[in-house]
Design a binder for this molecule. Structure first.
Ligand code: KIV
Ligand code: ZN
Length: 519
């Protein structure tokens, strides 16, 4: 008997990007979309086109790059949103508009200030208008978890009639328990059978996002919305890797179902997103956490040596975690070994990106004896996701701050001109950032600063992530820097944020969602 496909709808680039501190530049979003396509997700929610010209631009670029996954944009049930979504995905091979409006009494009364009839009218209008752009339309009953089931049946009838083929039931505030979600999904999937696919979108406020998604499959859902590493608003969304691996490992229970996911691309996807957002999964996170395959106790290690299955239900290689320590790269490694290693790590680089990554690898190899997989992942991701380099750091000189005034002198290239500038600060980092501000003429506000070591050893690479607001009316920008020297990495991160800001400027606007804020 052929198995039923559970569609995986990935919303890392939309709901995931709504995680505090997870905003990404266009290049970063494109690289993530390419990886999601490799992973085999059925639908990529590439963003919310009406949110800002930057979002629109990223979605339309993704629409042109991705061919094997459906590219989707979110839209409130408002004409201008639907139009922006339709135009952003116009060039996609397979495209979908996802429109939504809240259906719970609390949202309709207090947030929308609309009657149920008005809500139905708005939903129908949005879906009918979306049909002018695409055939594939998803409609979400926002806050379905707290909505009246009779009302959801009524609005579903209306939007299906208008052309929606997927009805999504988000547990927007992550309130429901598996049994309750199961009941809701069962009723709705029986009610809409043969007319629409039922989808779920479970937030993780009570840590139940994945359990609720699996229970939904059991009760008739055939699409699951989720994110890599469980990113998303507040406590995040159900984690894609956990859902997919649960369906695979427990084939005995989910015997009638399969997904189109190539699980070997899970680990590369997780690392890419952690490197880009600077948000590391917690070490004990299921499937992709640093300790997910670490066996610390003697008894466990002994069991593992005798038979891996004593303590391991998933093989690391099944999620693409290659522990190929036989090939540690160093300064004598050539381009072929470098390329081969990258392809084992899941990177396929075009000539220009390969050349620039190889150049950076050589510079690093001069300073660092052994280069590990994590170093390479971080280095290549950093290279591939750089915004256009308006400003480029040439050199940085710091004054000893132990008993003097911390100061930084810098040479920076802008277009073809080299600019030399110096500045002082309360500490060395402050001096560096102020000097960059003097050169650029911006007065950035540093909202967050994180540093972590990429791999082990005293000569480990430092990975610095900064969050900077260059203009108080616009969203803050994330920048990343990578170097053995933490100060240099910090300078690069700040300049990276500046370059992203400049490449997006004119496309940035604060999200203006008034009474219909997305959640
Ligand atoms: O959580 C939610 O309700 C959402 C919808 C926009 C699908 O993200
Ligand atoms: Zn959500």
């Amino acid at each position: 008997m052929s198995k039923e496909i559970i569609k995986i709808f990935d919303t890392t680039l939309r709901d995931g990007e709504q995680s505090p501190g997870a905003s990404m530049n266009t290049e970063e979003k494109i690289q993530i979309a390419i990886q999601l396509e490799k992973l085999g997700v059925d639908v990529i929610e590439a963003g919310f086109a009406a949110a800002s010209p930057g979002d629109f631009d990223a979605i339309s670029k993704i629409a042109q790059r991705v061919t094997n996954s459906t590219v989707c944009s979110l839209a409130r049930a408002i004409d201008s949103d639907v139009k922006a979504a339709g135009e952003a995905i116009a060039k996609a091979n397979m495209k979908r508009i996802h429109t939504f409006i809240a259906t719970s009494s609390i949202h309709m009364e207090h947030k929308l200030k609309m009657t149920p009839d008005e809500v139905i009218k708005r939903a129908v209008r949005a879906v009918s208008y979306a049909r002018e752009f695409v055939d594939d339309i998803e409609f979400s009953c926002e806050d379905a978890g707290r909505s009246d089931i009779g009302f959801m049946k009524e609005i579903s009838d209306a939007v299906i009639e208008a052309g929606a083929s997927t009805i999504n039931l988000p547990d927007t505030v992550g309130f429901r328990l598996p049994q309750e979600i199961g009941e809701m999904v069962k009723i709705m999937s029986e009610y809409t059978k043969g007319r629409a696919i039922i989808s779920v979108h479970n937030h993780n406020d009570l840590g139940l996002g994945v359990a609720n998604s699996l229970e939904s499959v059991m009760n008739g859902a055939r699409q699951i919305e989720c994110t890599i590493n469980g990113l998303g608003e507040r406590a995040g969304n159900a984690a894609l890797e956990e859902i997919v691996m649960a369906l695979k490992v427990r084939k005995d229970i989910f015997s009638n179902f399969e997904t189109n996911i190539n699980t070997k691309e899970i680990y590369p996807a997780s690392r890419l997103i952690a490197n880009i957002t600077g948000i590391e999964p917690q070490p004990n996170k299921a499937i992709v956490g640093k300790n997910a395959f670490a066996h610390e106790s003697g008894i466990h290690q002994d069991g593992m040596l005798k038979n891996r299955e004593t303590y391991e239900i998933i093989r690391p290689e099944d999620i693409g975690l290659v522990k190929d320590d036989t090939l540690v790269l160093g300064k004598h490694s050539g381009r072929a070994a470098f390329k081969d290693k990258l392809s084992k790590l899941g990177f396929t680089l075009e000539d220009d990106a390969l050349n620039s990554s190889f150049e950076r690898f050589k510079i690093l190899a001069d300073k660092k004896k052994d280069i590990y997989d994590d170093d390479l992942r971080a280095l290549v991701t950093n290279e591939m996701t750089k915004a256009t380099q308006v400003y480029e750091l040439i050199s940085l000189q710091l004054m000893d701050c132990s008993n003097g005034v911390p100061s930084a002198a810098m040479k920076i290239r802008k277009d073809d001109t080299e600019i030399i500038e110096a500045g002082i600060g309360q500490g060395t980092m402050d001096a560096i950032f102020k000097t960059i501000d003097r050169i650029s003429g911006f007065d950035g506000t540093l909202l967050d600063y994180k540093v972590k070591s990429v791999s082990e050893g005293k000569d480990a690479l430092a990975s610095v992530t900064v969050k900077v607001a260059f203009n108080e009316d616009e969203p803050a920008i994330i920048g990343h820097g990578l170097n053995i020297d933490t100060m240099l990495a910090s300078a690069r991160a700040y300049i990276g944020a500046l370059n992203s800001y400049l490449s997006m400027s004119g496309k940035l606007k604060k999200r203006h969602c008034d009474s219909e804020k997305t959640v």
